[in-house]
Write a protein that binds this ligand. Structure first.
Ligand SMILES: Cc1cc2nc3c(=O)[nH]c(=O)nc-3n(C[C@H](O)[C@H](O)[C@H](O)COP(=O)(O)O)c2cc1C
Length: 163
């Protein structure tokens, strides 16, 4: 399946919460790179994201029941790769990637200032899908900042954009 599902648009999902890291309770704003995600409904507006159970972000979203979907331009490729190769359990991805943290308007979460568009979402349902959790988010706010060419994933850490 991995060989045939791409290309897919890359999103950066931001999440906030407390997590037990090496026995310490820490509070964190984190960023995860995702290629598995989808719009689900117009009315109500719903957006779904699929997060591996082993990802640090999975526990944050499960705990807070909110997340922000950040649609990013192609120029953020290296930053997206950084957020997709490293775990927030041991790194501050905002500090290390240089992405700018902004406070969301409708949820207790952060979003990315450099994103072309953002969906602020509240989790209204979630399902185990094998080794991932599929979170169903109700879109509480949509921000549409620019129409820069988006970042598209081709698989095995290769990217392209639209024409
Ligand atoms: C282009 C790209 C797409 C990815 N898509 C997904 C995805 O859809 N779901 C997922 O769980 N992980 C995906 N990953 C892997 C996570 O981004 C990666 O494991 C990340 O380090 C997890 O961060 P965290 O531990 O801070 O949550 C992707 C990685 C890359 C580079």
């Amino acid at each position: 399946m991995r060989e045939v599902v791409n290309p897919a648009q890359v999103i950066l999902v931001t999440a906030r919460g407390n997590a037990d890291v090496l026995g310490k309770d820490i509070h964190k704003d984190n960023i995860i790179t995702l290629a598995w995600h989808s719009p689900l409904s117009f009315d109500p507006e719903l957006y779904g994201i699929c997060v591996g159970k082993t990802r640090f972000s999975c526990g944050l979203i499960d705990g807070s029941k909110v997340f922000a979907v950040n649609f990013v331009p192609h120029e953020l490729k290296e930053k997206a790769l950084y957020c997709g190769r490293n775990t927030g359990a041991t790194t501050d991805k905002f500090a290390k990637s240089g992405l700018t943290k902004e406070e969301c308007d409708t949820i207790d979460c952060c979003r990315i200032k450099e994103a072309s568009a953002v969906l602020e979402c509240e989790v209204i349902d979630q399902f185990e899908t094998g080794d991932h959790i599929f979170f169903v988010g109700k879109v509480l706010k949509t921000i549409n900042r620019d129409d820069k060419k988006r970042l598209i994933y081709l698989g095995t850490e290769r990217f392209t954009t639209t024409i």
